[in-house]
Design a protein around this ligand. Sequence first.
Ligand code: CA
Length: 509
Amino acid sequence: MSKVCVLVTGCLWLTLAQALLLAAPAEQSRPNILFIFSDDHATGAISAYGSRLIQTPNIDRIAREGALFRNCFCTNSICGPSRAVILTGKHSHLNGFIDNRSTFNGAQLTFPKLLQQAGYQTSLIGKWHLVSQPTGFTHWDVLPGQGDYYNPVFLSAPETTGGKPSQRTVNGYVSDIITDLALEWLDGSRDRSKPFLLMLQHKAPHRAWAPGPEELDLFRGVVFPEPATLFDDYSGRGRAAAEQEMTIARHMTKLDLALVAPGNLTPTQRARYEAAFAAENEALALDAPTGDARTRWNYQRYIANYLRCVAGVDRNIGRVLDFLDRTGLAKNTIVIYSSDQGFYLGEHGWYDKRWMYEESLRMPLAMRWPGTIKPGLIADQFIQNLDFAPTLLAATSVATPPDMQGRSLLPILRGEMPADWRTSVYYHYYEFPDSHRVQSHYGVRTATHKLIWYDAIAEWELFDLVNDPHELHSIHADAAAQDTFATLRGELSRLRSSVGDTTGKPLPR
Ligand code: CA
């Protein structure tokens, strides 16, 4: 009897499902997009990229069930500019957001706007950091500016166009709250007759690296390996590397080093936070290390807190992936994990980003798309954050405007190897002197070399990435490197023309 019922119910269910499928508008078959983004997450702190420091099982899961891009480069290694490039598919000199002093022109075309026009529900939750109010989103709920790790303020879309955003404070830890808000939106008020784009954008692991309550005790007592270049003396390069102000040894604040707690904690949160660091801080006061020993102490404290923030992001990604599985959304949702640029985890003695050197030039990118990306795909093509917009437009069958500069990754995602794919990337960083006194520069990277022109101080650097992977010795003046120098200089000039960049001081004749 029960067997018959199951059979009949099963048949009825199938028939209903088939009927629904036939009746559904074509747009329901278009994929949803979940774009999970973090701030300052270096590939060196993701186990899918072979991190020596941390396991990130949930980010790794996206890569394992989809694709991992091992040569993803940003065009301008700093927060706001990278976000503007991703939205517009255009280099900084064209989208106008060249450095963190800029304001994003929200009237220009972005991929969320195009998706919205094509019938997508578009939602932005978390860090925005582009100053102007978000445009192109059906729903937005964002941190003002950098936002706070604990008890953050959120701004959400005004009731009327042109009005002031509504503002509220949410108690708790920022990575957990952003995830809660994203799950509430997915599970709640969105229009289920339409596919969605959700940009879920974390603040972590941005400076000043305040771990959440769940990660405060993680890695306690662990001694992390030091990078080979922690004590870089900056010889062998121009003056820019020596003159920056972003060293772990000399340029970190008490807040950066968690010697004081963030200012806006509740008494309970403060007690918990201070207790987590109390024993280590007492030992520091007794021992009072100086010189290299203090640099080592700073490195250990910095990296532990950075990684705790990363672990909080990864744990929350797990919550979202579980939700997609539980609700059946996983099968028709493209899931992306990326971060706005790389970061120095002590390499060259630094924290922060900005440089065209490898650690900050590289971005993480993992992408899962059931039925399109073969699980476990490893892609080594040179791709850039410029390509994200054209890719997502192509994935949703929305035409890419001809003035977008990136290129769709769709062929690569399908396992094809386009013969004419780019073999060099162009880079341009602008922000000087604040923050950190990193000279403006532009350059080109190929599979084997990198040429950088510090335009304001008229200095070259040329690195042989095969024989000098840590980029410690510029060979631009070596007699044996002159053919290479000329070739790369020509390629840099060609790239400047092809992307239409006339900003910065020109290349020397
Ligand atoms: Ca950033």
